[in-house]
Ligand binder design. Structure first.
Ligand SMILES: NC(=O)c1ccc[n+]([C@@H]2O[C@H](COP(=O)([O-])OP(=O)(O)OC[C@H]3O[C@@H](n4cnc5c(N)ncnc54)[C@H](OP(=O)(O)O)[C@@H]3O)[C@@H](O)[C@H]2O)c1
Length: 386
């Protein structure tokens, strides 16, 4: 019987790649539910093409427009986060792909974990904010979390060669983003266009800005801590601008296992869907002889302050990671709206963390309250500065 898949965030960069992969995988995989937020034009096209059982429009202001665009259809149309939870936890669903951006995907991902689904997660923010709760819920309910983020997929693949207890170091590689090698002065007033000009990956806007501040790598350190149950001190970052080695695991005997390929998100998405099998894909073959050389350098934590703060909050835990994430999401919105400078993103995160009193044994309500508080704090700061 075909595996039935719900894609949370099917209209985004990961979501559209996931649909491409499912189409190529053929009759063994079937789209059960799709979701979009603002881009209802694309969601309507996807629903007409893949004829899922359910379609979720999470933005309530867009549902009328979506119904008009879709016209006559057998697909059940749902709205809001309740709709998303239903699409993620339905009895008939086998695999849930978490491809929403930000913490907005948290409730549905938790619902999928409670319902014991296979969770293919690209959406790293829920793991950053509620990693302990999410991984525990998955364990208790027999849900399997499979990473889609290319670095974590690489670590997961490397771990097929050894046990978690045999890890000496996880080395997460980073392209370095558009400002690799820049000084603080050079990136102070970076424009939106410069920050969005990623050298190797074509992704949604939020993660592209995260790559420019290197916040993305900080989020990935926390993501790796929860996914692989390793202390933060064993997770290192290495800049590798060619983006060929997607990450590595060094085992206690000194062996380093790296996963390599041309950069293309379809590969980690496919591996999460077909795991533990590998199937033929459309991956461009890797020709190392044509690459010439692969290069590596340590990141500059003074220029990319988000990295330093990321390690600190990863160790602190509790509500600190929720504040770290929410302040970043709110600050990026302000940056993309042209209301703050690039350099202000990390300053606002630092400000929120300084003002926040961390609650260590945090429950979901505490995390959501901390998230809300940080977003308001960012707005408050901007109102004060006019
Ligand atoms: N892109 C990559 O290559 C990549 C690689 C690794 C990890 N990731 C992670 O994967 C996630 C998705 O990234 P992306 O690049 O695919 O982002 P994206 O292109 O911006 O797509 C985001 C998706 O989330 C939906 N969405 C936005 N706001 C929402 C809300 N408030 N409630 C519900 N849905 C909402 C969007 O709907 P509309 O478009 O209809 O508004 C879209 O379907 C992120 O967590 C990112 O860090 C991405």
């Amino acid at each position: 019987m075909a595996k039935r898949i719900s894609i949370l965030g099917s209209t985004g960069s990961i979501g559209t790649n996931a649909l491409r992969v499912i189409e190529r995988l053929g009759a063994d995989y079937e789209v059960f539910a799709l979701s979009g937020h603002n881009n209802v034009e694309l969601l309507a096209e996807q629903v007409a093409k893949y004829r899922p059982k359910m379609a979720v429009v999470t933005n309530p202001d867009k549902i009328g427009n979506f119904k008009e665009l879709l016209g006559e259809s057998k697909t059940e149309i749902l709205g809001g986060s309740e709709g998303l939870i239903k699409a993620a936890s339905q009895k008939d669903v086998d695999i849930v792909i978490g491809a929403i951006v930000g913490v907005a995907g948290l409730a549905a991902i938790l619902a999928a974990a409670k319902a014991g689904k296979v969770l293919a997660i690209a959406n790293k923010e829920p793991l950053v904010v509620a990693g302990e709760l999410l991984t525990e819920t998955a364990r208790e309910n027999g849900a399997q979390i499979l990473p889609v983020d290319s670095e974590h997929s690489a670590v997961f693949q490397a771990l097929q060669a050894g046990a978690v207890s045999e890890i000496n170091r996880i080395i997460l590689t980073a392209s370095g983003g558009p400002f690799r090698g820049a000084s603080i002065e050079e990136i102070q007033n970076a424009t939106i266009e410069q920050a969005l000009a990623h050298p190797t990956w074509n992704m949604g806007k939020k993660i592209t800005i995260d790559s420019a501040t290197m916040m993305n790598k900080a989020l990935e350190v926390i993501e790796a801590k929860w996914l692989f149950d390793v202390p933060v001190d064993k997770i290192e970052i290495l800049i590798h601008p060619e983006s060929i080695i997607h990450s590595m695991v060094e085992f206690i005997d000194g062996s380093v296992i790296a996963q390599m390929s041309e950069p293309d998100m379809c590969l980690p998405i496919q591996y999460a869907l077909t795991y533990p099998k590998r199937v033929k894909g459309r991956q461009k073959p890797l020709r190392l002889e044509q690459m010439g050389s692969l290069t590596f350098e340590k990141p500059d934590m003074d220029v990319f302050g988000a990295l330093k703060i990321g390690y600190q909050v990863a160790k602190t835990g509790g509500t600190a990671t929720a504040v770290f994430n929410a302040a970043n999401e709110a600050a990026i919105e302000e940056f993309l709206a042209g209301r703050i400078k690039f350099v202000n993103i990390v300053e606002l995160i630092e400000h929120c963390l300084e003002k926040h009193t961390v609650k260590t044994e945090a429950k979901l309500d505490d995390l959501l309250l901390a998230d809300d508080w940080a977003r308001n704090e960012v707005k408050g700061c901007l109102n004060k500065t006019g």
